[in-house]
Design a protein around this ligand. Structure first.
Ligand code: ADP
Ligand code: MG
Length: 269
């Protein structure tokens, strides 16, 4: 008899984008950082966001899960328009409950891990699901153990962040994001703070997540990884989309001059 395998994978919706921005602007005072970004990410896509320092990559990701309020434009998450009201130069949250709900669907992994230093690895994982999502603690603990096993940290559940290597801390941070059962994962330079020998273990976890069809937006300077794992590259250039497309065609050269210049700086080392 056919019995479907239980899975955490959310139902796919091929037509409604997981994330869509329309004319997204963000300014800090007089500095216009994002200048009208029209962007769509569909479920199952792995999109690497490339661009020079200061081009607005972090700001863009932070707008997508409302850590920053856009100044203008629209944002939809799984088809749901984020309700934003006018507030001086920026928009503001118009429906706090909606934002809290949507934020759990769009998890973020930061360059500097941002684990809670006074909590063990397991406590870091339990915190939001139990206290924010109000899920059953025993169930979350069991799920957390399975996730920690997967990222190779099952033997470190009682360790504090300071007792872990950078690579272990980042894997714990990814586990903490996963236990929220997000539908989209955002990564902001997840390996940039790591010693070179620890980069591989984090990229391996991310490759596994990509291979299982997770929707991921990844700001990275790991060009080989981006080329290999992404279904699409988004190149941000001074707050605008400078180039966009499948990695093979973009990296083949001749895409857009600014992108080629950016890439050639990397290949020169
Ligand atoms: P990237 O991640 O591509 O390096 P960021 O999005 O971090 O770029 O920053 C883009 C620009 O916005 C930079 O000039 C940066 O100094 C500025 N910026 C970012 N965050 C803030 C902030 N909270 N206040 C003022 N300026 C900011
Ligand atoms: Mg950044």
């Amino acid at each position: 008899m056919y019995s479907p395998k239980p899975t955490d994978a959310p139902c796919r919706n091929e037509t409604v984008p997981a994330i869509a921005t329309q004319g997204l602007y963000k300014r800090f005072g007089d500095l216009q950082v994002l200048k009208g970004i029209d962007f769509k990410a569909h479920e199952g896509e792995v999109i690497s966001i490339l661009g020079a320092s200061g081009s607005g990559k972090s700001t863009f990701l932070r707008c997508l899960n409302l850590l920053e309020m856009p100044s203008a434009g629209g944002l939809r998450i799984f088809g749901e328009e984020v309700k934003l009201g006018a507030s001086g130069a920026n928009l503001r949250i118009a429906d706090r409950k909606q934002i809290d709900r949507l934020r759990t669907q769009v998890a973020m992994v930061f360059q500097n891990f941002c684990l809670w230093s006074h909590m063990t690895v397991m406590e870091n994982l339990l915190e939001a699901p139990v206290h924010v999502q109000r899920r059953n603690k025993a169930e979350v603990r069991a799920e957390a153990e399975a996730i920690l096993d997967r990222v190779g940290l099952l033997d470190r559940t009682k360790a504090y962040p300071s007792q872990l290597s950078g690579g272990q801390q980042q894997r714990a941070a990814i586990a903490r994001a996963l236990v929220m059962k997000p539908r989209v994962l955002l990564f902001d330079e997840p390996t940039s703070a790591l010693d070179p020998e620890l980069v591989g273990e984090v990229l391996k976890v991310m490759r596994d997540l990509a291979a299982e069809g997770r929707t991921m937006l990844i700001v990275t300077h790991e060009m080989a990884f981006a080329r290999d794992v992404s279904s699409r590259i988004l190149f941000l250039d001074q707050g605008q989309i400078g180039a966009e497309g499948p990695p093979d065609s973009l990296f083949a050269g001749g895409a857009k001059e600014r992108f080629d210049q950016f890439i050639s700086r990397f290949s020169r080392g």
